[in-house]
Design a protein around this ligand. Sequence first.
Ligand code: CTP
Length: 143
Amino acid sequence: MKKYKVGFTTGVFDLFHVGHLNLLERCKKQCEYLIVAVCGDDYVTQVKKKNPVYSEEERIRIIGALKCVDEVSSISLAEIDDKMLALERFKFDVLFSGDDWKGSERYKKTEEQFSGLGVSIEYLPYTQGISTTQIKEELKSKE
Ligand code: CTP
């Protein structure tokens, strides 16, 4: 029996790499059923101010093919910003995130919203030394 029944996490997951895989496998170790919501191209361009390499549709297909993922979905800008909206739709027991988000305004707000609702937030260790941004930079420097 795992610690949680339904777990939820969200991210862009562009240029899928081992840091992403570590995170998703660690999520699945703690929950019976893992839902992953993939941020849309609008979030990447408008909020992250970057251009995704893989489209939202491709990123959803890749995440959905992983054996540690039980359900994949898209997620709106409003649901990314306000995790109460995500909670209403996905009805999870735990929200997982890499610990690079700990202490951010968005997650501090979410901690306040979830306290008293019986919904947990678990920060999982961020894999050092790899990120989508880093991969893009390395490719650029090798050109
Ligand atoms: N993540 C992680 N370890 C990494 C990279 C990402 O644990 N090395 C986690 C993030 O904390 C987040 C999820 O994976 O919970 C999705 O992260 P995402 O922003 O899509 O990946 P990054 O590689 O960090 O992308 P970028 O460089 O564009 O910020």
